[in-house]
Design a protein around this ligand. Structure first.
Ligand SMILES: NC(=O)c1ccc[n+]([C@@H]2O[C@H](COP(=O)([O-])OP(=O)(O)OC[C@H]3O[C@@H](n4cnc5c(N)ncnc54)[C@H](O)[C@@H]3O)[C@@H](O)[C@H]2O)c1
Ligand SMILES: O=c1ccn([C@@H]2O[C@H](COP(=O)(O)OP(=O)(O)O[C@H]3O[C@H](CO)[C@@H](O)[C@H](O)[C@H]3O)[C@@H](O)[C@H]2O)c(=O)[nH]1
Length: 448
């Protein structure tokens, strides 16, 4: 089948590459000419495990192509997938301007029936808005008789495992009441649906809602565990033991109950805010979502607060090693990363940062530019040199079994503040290093 994908970001590019890998002919269109030109030369703009090879192979074999030409893109296929950004507006609502712009483009340029599939995360009712936007343009062109089918097909990939998530999806949500559109979606996703039935067909608005409900649920689990971790600390319990204790209940499970320094990324913070905004628009006060969001905002400062307490509130002139800049492991993405809150608080207090991340260094450079209080180091060991303590902000595998001897010998004082609970406190203590983490107990002593 032929498919057009609007937007070559994390979602558009990975999904396009997965569809091409399954044998479809996919044309990706983006307004960013540099991105398109780079991709034509095999340069992938983001770090995502397995993506570069998938893009290069499918591009070389002619199934995955790139353009900035919207006319070519609309003419290319009966299926038009929208995967452009839906960033937060100033009031927390999801900004639909890119989605609506694509809808208008399709309406302006189409001259045969189209099935328009929304993969971007969009508020409930957006399907109707897209249909209206296209209908208005068609009417102005005197082409109201052209058939337009609207489908909601939200994306559930996780950054860091996006390729695997798209090649082997847990579920494929299809929101539509149009039998022809549903049949087309079945054909499109048949290669991903062989093992067992993964397609869940529902009303369009329910599909749009499902995406927000999933992200709000996952965000709630994380904020809940962070609240428990903060309490465990005050009550001399160990949250890692508690995590294992509750995770063993199959009704709870082990997924998404890691406490830490809050969730970041381009999805949870913005989608929780967008759902709060949407709820208030229909006259409902979403008490739980407000609490999830408030806990997360506060949690991002918890590690800095511990550092500040430890140094008696005086951080001026201190130097800190920071391991991890990305919002999670296996990505170069720093959108809403907890590391940013920590660095900015340290700088405001007069301290400096020596940072290392396996993939996010250039993004950090782009965000903060050259500054005297930020040194980007080539290795995690280099970041330790002359630092007063080590702070850990991202759960990279590469940080899980460091040489504690090197850490002790390279820091000016043997001290770790771990925002992701990567180590066993007893092991770290054996190396003569003071260890402060989130909600854990060190030999019965209270955390800093
Ligand atoms: N990043 C994720 O992990 C993830 C996962 C699931 C869903 N989502 C949702 O998917 C959507 C896209 O997210 P993303 O992270 O891929 O965004 P992104 O910012 O990485 O990419 C969006 C792309 O759309 C392009 N674009 C903007 N206007 C365009 C237009 N008129 N025509 C063609 N291209 C245009 C931009 O240039 C950019 O390359 C969002 O709604 C997001 O919430 C994201
Ligand atoms: O137990 C956990 C799990 C995650 N996190 C943090 O939560 C954030 C988000 O992690 P994750 O969900 O793995 O990454 P995303 O790429 O943001 O993926 C989420 O957001 C996407 C965009 O909507 C959805 O498609 C995915 O299903 C959903 O998991 C990161 O900062 C993690 O460090 C925790 O603190 N504790």
């Amino acid at each position: 089948m032929r498919v057009t994908v609007f937007g070559i970001g994390y979602v558009g590019l990975v999904q396009a590459a997965a569809l091409a890998e399954a044998g479809h002919d996919v044309l990706c269109v983006d307004v960013d000419a540099a991105k398109v030109e780079n991709l034509r030369q095999g340069i992938v703009p983001i770090f995502e495990p397995g993506l570069e090879a998938l893009v290069r192979e499918n591009h070389a074999e002619g199934r995955l192509t790139f353009t900035t030409n919207a006319e070519e893109a609309v003419a290319f296929a009966a299926i038009q997938i929208i995967a452009v950004g839906t960033p937060p507006g100033e009031d927390g609502s999801a900004d639909m301007k890119y989605v609506v712009a694509v809808a208008e483009t399709i309406g302006r340029l189409m001259d045969e029936p189209k099935t328009v599939v929304t993969k971007s995360t969009v508020p409930v009712g957006t399907g109707d808005r897209i249909a209206e936007a296209i209908a208005e343009v068609l009417e102005a062109r005197g082409q109201s008789d052209l058939v337009v089918r609207i489908v909601s097909n939200p994306e559930f990939l996780k950054e860091g495992s996006a390729v695997a998530d798209c090649l082997k999806p847990d579920r494929i949500i299809v929101g539509s009441s149009d039998p022809e559109a549903i049949a087309l979606m079945r054909e499109l996703y048949a290669p991903f649906n062989r093992n067992h039935e993964k397609m869940i067909v529902m009303a369009l608005r329910s599909a749009e809602f499902t995406k927000y409900a999933a992200n709000c649920m996952l965000a709630s689990r994380i904020s809940f565990m962070n609240e428990m971790a903060n309490l465990a600390e005050l009550m001399d319990a160990d949250i890692e033991q508690v995590r294992q204790g509750i995770g063993s209940d199959p009704r709870i499970g082990y997924h998404f109950i890691y406490p830490g320094i809050g969730y970041g990324g381009s999805c949870f913070p913005k989608d929780v805010s967008a759902m709060i905004h949407a709820a208030e628009t229909v006259g409902y006060t979403p008490l739980m979502l407000h609490a999830v969001d408030a806990r997360n905002r506060a949690q991002k400062s918890v590690l800095f607060d511990k550092v500040q307490r430890h140094f008696g509130g005086n951080l001026a002139g201190k130097r800190f090693a920071l391991w991890g800049l990305a919002f999670k492991a296996n990505t170069d993405d720093m959108r809403e990363a907890s590391s940013r809150v920590i660095m900015e608080a340290l700088w405001a207090a007069g301290a400096s940062v020596q940072a290392f991340d396996p993939e996010a260094m250039s993004q950090c450079q782009e965000i903060y530019g050259q500054r005297d209080d930020l040194l980007l180091c080539g290795t995690k060991e280099a970041a330790l040199r002359g630092a007063d303590a080590l702070l850990i902000a991202t759960e990279w595998k590469n940080f899980r079994a460091p040489s504690f001897d090197t850490i002790r010998e390279t820091l000016t004082s043997p001290l770790i503040f771990d925002g992701r609970n990567l180590y066993d406190p007893a092991v770290v203590a054996r190396y003569g290093i003071e260890y402060v983490s989130i909600g854990r107990q060190v030999a019965g002593a209270r955390q800093a």
